[in-house]
Ligand binder design. Structure first.
Ligand SMILES: Cc1cc2nc3c(=O)[nH]c(=O)nc-3n(C[C@H](O)[C@H](O)[C@H](O)COP(=O)(O)OP(=O)(O)OC[C@H]3O[C@@H](n4cnc5c(N)ncnc54)[C@H](O)[C@@H]3O)c2cc1C
Length: 398
């Protein structure tokens, strides 16, 4: 803790009040500079081995670092780093060959490669194994045809990792492979999609005879499902420490708003604020449980699903509360939009009605991405509570 606090003291302005206090132009420039500073210090991927450009810290130490960063209101990397480091990098560390680790991981750190995630398709989201995007080997290259959708940050990425069907005759979970494909080529088209908040965070990605080297596969052909699941556990479990901190900062900001407009005297609003506070505290303890499991080297299992349901449902409720507090002002929002279109507005951001209304829209997405709440509840029911398994869709259609 002392080391990280000294680093923050030495590298942030004395009057720092959180990245949300910066203007949109200052924000982008700050993130670039900050990322470089993190790379120099070994803080960008703190838990990766030093030989790949990481910090060589334990996962517990990395969690402490992330917690201190969240408290200080600074990001842990650039826009594509959560996907490149938490998802792609951690999966390559587990499943990649030594040659793949040595090639790809330092390139994530240096920023030479920015990654996005190609799992979902128009007819394969929750039922991911139903995906139809396909690939076959042609000499020493894979040729890919099909479509991915909801691909976050594909517009700023230059590589995509994707689950594709490489054996149409195998049972649906066994015919998949985990391929890596460069986006900048004639066979790939990236079309941004506008969200209801107006932001463009994700894209459709079309593959028409796209090509990638035969060696750009993680795990063996047909092993894609197992590789893909490792990645999903990281997607659901990461941020266990940071999330409760940013939600607490957000709740403090909401209480400030309630005081400013007198809503804090309304007993029903007070009740909902108290319930939100209780949920954030429960999240903090759940987060600690996840970090404890990770520090023991355990794979993330149901803890990740519990955490995912709790934080995403909390965020929907707390942003609905924000709209109740704003009342009619929520219908004519004014002030600055959030700097980031995902999760909370940034720490230090102005307490504007526009900020809350936008975050309210964005919070709807939280119960969908990284596995919907319904799917997480199915996982918990079946794997934790031992309830009967959900009947398979194929069985229903007979
Ligand atoms: C902001 C955002 C970013 C995203 N980023 C990415 C990304 O970078 N890469 C990527 O690959 N994907 C991404 N996704 C896609 C996301 O993973 C999918 O939207 C999600 O898995 C749900 O799939 P779907 O949209 O096809 O909905 P469906 O699977 O069609 O589900 C529709 C509804 O039916 C419910 N449902 C489905 N099956 C069951 C069941 N068995 N039991 C009970 N209820 C069920 C669902 O919970 C949901 O309410 C993103 C999504 C969002 C919103």
């Amino acid at each position: 803790v002392a080391e990280v606090r000294a680093f923050l003291r030495d590298n942030l302005p004395a009057d720092w009040s959180g990245i949300g206090a910066l203007s949109a132009q200052e924000y982008a420039a700050f993130i670039e500079e900050w990322r470089t500073c993190l790379v120099r210090q070994g803080y960008l991927a703190p838990a990766w081995p030093v030989e790949y450009g990481g910090g060589g810290y334990t996962s517990l130490e990395a969690s402490v670092l992330a917690g201190e960063f969240a408290r200080a209101g600074v990001p842990i990397g650039g826009p594509n780093d959560e996907i490149g480091i938490d998802l792609f990098g951690n999966t390559v560390l587990k499943w990649g060959t030594e040659q793949q680790r040595a090639y790809y991981l330092p390139r994530v750190i240096s920023g030479a490669d920015r990654w996005c995630q190609g799992y979902s398709e128009p007819d394969a989201g929750s039922d991911l194994a139903a995906l139809t995007c396909r690939a076959h080997l042609d000499g020493d290259e894979w040729v890919i045809d099909g479509q991915k959708i909801w691909t976050s940050r594909a517009m700023t990425a230059d590589w995509i990792f994707l689950l594709v069907r490489t054996d149409a005759d195998a049972p649906k979970h066994r015919g998949l492979s985990f391929l890596l494909c460069p986006l900048d080529q004639p066979g790939v088209e990236v079309w941004p999609i506008q969200m209801m908040s107006g932001a463009r965070e994700f894209c459709q990605v079309f593959f028409t005879g796209a090509r990638t080297a035969a060696g750009n596969i993680i795990g063996a052909p047909g092993q894609g499902w197992s590789v893909g699941l490792t990645l999903l556990a990281h997607e659901r479990g990461s941020s266990a420490i940071t999330m409760p901190i940013i939600f607490r900062t957000e709740l403090d900001r909401l209480m400030q708003l309630a005081r400013e407009c007198g809503a804090n005297r309304d007993p029903l609003i007070r009740q909902r604020l108290a319930a939100s506070y209780t949920r954030v505290e429960a999240l903090r303890f759940l987060g600690l449980r996840t970090v404890d499991a990770l520090s023991r080297g355990d794979e993330l299992g149901v803890e990740a699903s519990i955490f995912k349901v709790c934080w995403s449902e909390h965020h929907k409720e707390v942003t609905e509360l924000a709209l109740s507090i704003l009342g009619p002002r929520a219908l004519t929002p004014t002030g600055r939009k959030p700097l980031s279109a995902i999760r909370t507005d940034e720490p230090g951001a102005p307490n504007s009605s526009m900020s809350w209304v936008d975050v309210f829209f964005n919070a709807r997405a939280g119960t969908i991405y990284a596995g919907t709440s319904e799917i997480q509840r199915n996982i918990l029911g079946e794997r934790m509570l031992g309830l009967p398994r959900e009947p398979a869709a194929e069985a229903n259609s007979k």
